[in-house]
Design a binder for this molecule. Structure first.
Ligand code: ARG
Length: 462
């Protein structure tokens, strides 16, 4: 580069200390914004031309040069190696000047790295959000696939991790489907606030050149331009709320993982994981460990940490830009990487899982999971719910003493505790009946779940 090695040679007489340089430089990680920054720079050059700040020829040279840089970077895997650039923005500018000469030095007119970095970051994140959305959709599709593949399977539903009431396995799958649906909605909502153009805010006060910001926004696919230059260069809400939404998504994946980890133990045994997503033990030959699921559960922690770090980062920062904000990148990059690989692995695990329908049914029919059904039956014949609850409680006590399920007690035994009962009770206590009765909207009756599955398919195809 001519004159000075960094972007502010004029005012300085001393070179930066090498340790400070190492501390200050962000190129080793923010090079990920390269393509986005090139796009932003091209749009800026065209904006300068439209405002007649640079000539058509100069704009052509700059746009041609920037396009060439992008092509070179795509072609050469070592393109970024060995550069002493401070950050991706100075890297691109230096490369441009190297390629097209002094005209390249006009690109930064009316722009600061402050609005530049905010623009590149938003462009980059917008695309990543779209990719994450597609991966979340893939996981939803995997859940619907397995739900349909085992649409008759039944498992116990739990509260307090104690068997509670039977549910269809498909109903369990659709619970996670519903969480992912909200996650996608949250991402779409965040995306709207990402998609606002900061460029044209310059360092903090706005630019003094007559740049048509709306035209640049349109060029880059932004929905609108930021309304306040101070805010635009110091706002990282979009990144923080993205990481927040990603955190919730990861929390959901973590819960999915935990359920599956439990369900594939020999104690539960409702699910069998594919060997291709499990690990063995270096010592115990019989072991098959759900490492993929445990990592899904564990990865959530990183993203929560990034969220906390970002909030702490901006808390108390004075307006407008402060170098602290450079610390936002790695947290967001790692969040994106973590969420993407975790979603992919989760889909693969679900695709490679089978349900042990016999074990599920066995578990769903032992442990008095039909007790509520019996209480509801008594209520339907006129008994107040509290009374019914207590009566069935006494029957359960009898069953526990006898080591028999409710439906294994004789009618006489039942009537000795609850005289109101008659022969029709046995039909009410079957698994089929217990499931079918949960027929209000959102319940686990086979009819409702079939509808919910069809709706899920339609959502995925829509
Ligand atoms: N590398 C910087 C960042 O990521 C770019 C903006 C630098 N601006 C400045 N005024 N030093 O935040």
């Amino acid at each position: 580069m001519s004159k000075s090695e960094n972007l502010w040679g004029g005012r300085f007489t001393e070179k930066p200390h090498e340790v400070f340089t190492e501390f200050n430089d962000s190129f080793r990680f923010d090079r990920r914004l390269f393509t986005a920054d090139i796009r932003g720079s091209i749009a800026h050059a065209l904006g300068l031309e439209r405002a007649r700040i640079i000539t058509r020829e100069e704009a052509d040279a700059i746009v041609g040069g920037l396009t060439q840089l992008a092509a070179d970077a795509a072609l050469h895997s070592d393109y970024f190696e060995g550069s002493a650039a401070e950050d991706v923005h100075s890297f691109i500018e230096a490369k441009l000047v190297e390629a097209i000469g002094d005209t390249g030095r006009k690109l930064h007119t009316g722009r600061s790295r402050n609005d530049q970095v905010a623009t590149a970051f938003r462009l980059w994140l917008r695309e990543e959000v779209d990719e994450i959305d597609a991966l979340a959709r893939d996981l939803q599709a995997a859940l619907v696939d397995i739900a349909e593949g085992f649409h008759e399977a039944v498992i116990p539903g739990y509260t307090h991790l104690q068997r509670a009431q039977p549910v269809l396995f498909a109903h369990w799958c659709l619970a996670y489907f519903a969480m992912l649906r909200r996650d996608r909605e949250r991402l779409a909502d965040v995306r709207r606030r990402i998609n606002i153009l900061p460029l044209g805010s310059a360092a903090l006060a706005g630019t003094s050149f007559e740049i048509d910001r709306a035209a640049i926004a349109a060029e880059l696919g932004f929905d609108s331009v930021s309304a306040n230059s101070l805010d635009a260069v110091s706002d990282r809400d979009f990144a923080i709320e993205f990481v927040g939404a990603a955190g919730l998504l990861m929390a959901h994946l973590s819960r999915l993982a935990e359920d599956m980890i439990i369900y594939c133990t020999s104690e539960f045994g409702f699910l069998k994981l594919g060997d291709n997503v499990s690990s063995g033990s270096s010592l115990m030959p019989q072991k098959k460990n759900p490492d993929a699921l445990e990592l899904i559960r564990g990865k959530a922690a990183r993203v929560f940490g990034h969220h906390a770090a970002l909030l702490a980062l901006i808390k108390g920062l004075p307006l407008a830009y402060n170098k602290d904000m450079q610390e936002d990148k790695e947290a967001v990059f790692d969040t994106v990487d973590t969420v993407k690989i975790t979603l992919r692995v989760a889909a693969i695990v679900v695709e490679n899982t089978i349900v042990d329908e016999e074990r599920g049914r066995e578990a769903a029919t032992s442990g008095y999971l039909n007790a509520t059904e019996l209480a509801d039956h008594l209520v339907r014949s006129g008994m107040p719910f509290r009374t019914a609850h207590e009566a069935v409680g006494r029957l359960v006590l009898l069953g526990l003493k006898e080591n028999r399920e409710l439906n294994e007690l004789s009618l006489d035994e039942m009537r000795s505790v609850v005289p109101e009962l008659d022969e029709s009770v046995f039909e009410k206590l079957t698994l089929e009946r217990t499931l079918a009765s949960k027929s209000a909207a959102g319940g686990t009756s086979p009819a409702r779940v079939a509808e919910a599955l069809a709706a899920a398919r339609e959502y995925l195809n829509g």
